[in-house]
Write a protein that binds this ligand. Structure first.
Ligand SMILES: Nc1ncnc2c1ncn2[C@@H]1O[C@H](COP(=O)(O)OP(=O)(O)OP(=O)(O)O)[C@@H](O)[C@H]1O
Length: 364
């Protein structure tokens, strides 16, 4: 997201400096530092157990970190000497199970954390009810709402006191697949409208890419890569980061004079010593398929390299797309995702190329 000059001049809504969390002798958050700027959605993304929720719990104040500093809107709220309790932090929380109060109506749930006079509180509740399109449900109870409606109430309740930061931990994982996309989009629109800074925790790359201005990719308690979704997807830091976002085809090759020889021609492998192994990786959707045309493949090009002759081992129809598995003549196996109008028969011979710009060369 592009920051306006006014936003750039504001302090970060949230800043973590070298946060470390240890359980027993296990360091689960290891020197994590980042900033979330006003109006920005930042996503902590990583596999289960990498330390995302532990980071979030320290920020919420429900657990005390081992070391490091947490700053909220320019104020130090927690270091090893000094700790603002959770209720003193202007933070809205939203978790997977929504945690609505079952004995309170929708309007009472939304107004629960509001302070001040009755009229102002009521006006804020009405404003939020309207914003989440639940004005007619104000007097209903949580058990009388669908999952998506409960999620909207939870969002309105978290936003009601106008928190400096919203922390969201897998907030959409309790919703069924069909509902999830629309609820995510509505939630994002509302957070942007309110201008709230958000830290979202998820283990789903698609969710992170859909929601985030910036993704912080976590592994083993550390942030291993950070960037806008487009950049982090297209320029992964290592093989594991690339694999986290989608399946990959990987071809192993040996470096000879800064070049690695593959069935797709030579790849530049600068910085890799002679005789070392590298992995050339590319995503299944980036494979280009060409027809055999009597045994002649396409001419090599600078951007696509050499075409490799490939035989269809299996093709599977998946609705929107097909997955075609190929055996190259050299024995390498690859899979390609293609629009599902294309479903070649087993044994068919084709030629495949991969745009160089879509290939990553990683140390083997
Ligand atoms: N209170 C605790 N006591 C001991 N170990 C803990 C505690 N909380 C978390 N852990 C451990 O710390 C590690 C990180 O947990 P955390 O919940 O932060 O991971 P996560 O990335 O959020 O995973 P998930 O996506 O599964 O929630 C895990 O190995 C977990 O078992």
């Amino acid at each position: 997201m592009t920051q306006t000059t006014a936003q750039q001049n504001l302090p970060p809504r949230l800043e973590l400096k070298n946060l470390t969390q240890t359980y027993g002798d296990k360091k689960v958050v290891d020197g994590v530092s980042f900033k979330v700027m006003p109006g920005q959605v930042t996503c902590l993304l990583g596999p289960s157990g990498c330390g995302k929720s532990s980071t979030l719990r320290a920020i919420a104040g429900v657990e005390m970190q081992q070391s490091g500093e947490i700053w909220l809107d320019g104020e130090l709220i927690c270091d090893t000497l000094h700790r603002v309790p959770p209720e003193g932090r202007s933070i809205g929380l939203m978790f997977q199970d929504f945690a609505l109060f079952p004995h309170l109506s929708v309007a009472q749930n939304i107004g629960f954390g509001l302070k001040g006079d009755k009229i102002a509180k009521r006006a804020r509740v009405m404003e939020l009810l309207k914003r989440v399109s639940l004005t007619h449900y104000a007097d209903r109870y949580p058990h009388e709402l669908s999952g998506g409606e409960q999620q909207r109430v939870a969002l309105a309740r978290a936003l009601a006191p106008r928190p400096v930061m919203m922390l969201m931990d897998e907030p959409f994982s309790g919703l069924d697949d069909r509902l999830r996309d629309s609820v995510r989009d509505e939630t994002l629109a509302m957070l942007k409208e309110e201008g709230t800074a958000v830290l979202l925790v998820t283990h789903e790359p698609e969710e992170a890419m859909r929601m985030a201005d910036e993704i912080l990719l976590m592994r083993g308690g550390k942030i291993v890569q950070r960037g806008a979704p487009y950049n982090i997807y297209n320029a992964p830091h290592d093989l594991e980061a690339a694999l986290f976002f989608s399946d990959l085809n990987v071809i192993e090759a040996e470096v000879n004079g800064a070049l690695a020889e593959t069935p797709f021609g030579q790849f530049l492998a600068p910085g890799h010593a002679n005789g070392t192994k590298v992995k050339i990786a590319f995503r299944p959707q980036h494979i280009r398929i060409d027809f055999d045309r009597g045994g002649r493949g396409p001419e090599p090009t600078q951007s696509d390299g050499v075409a490799a002759r490939a035989t269809v081992r299996r093709a599977r129809f998946l609705g929107r797309e097909s997955i075609v598995e190929f055996d190259l003549d050299c024995g390498v196996q690859l899979s390609a995702t293609v629009p599902s109008v294309f479903l070649p028969e087993t044994g068919r011979v084709m030629w495949i190329t991969v745009p160089r710009a879509r290939c990553y060369v990683f140390a083997g």
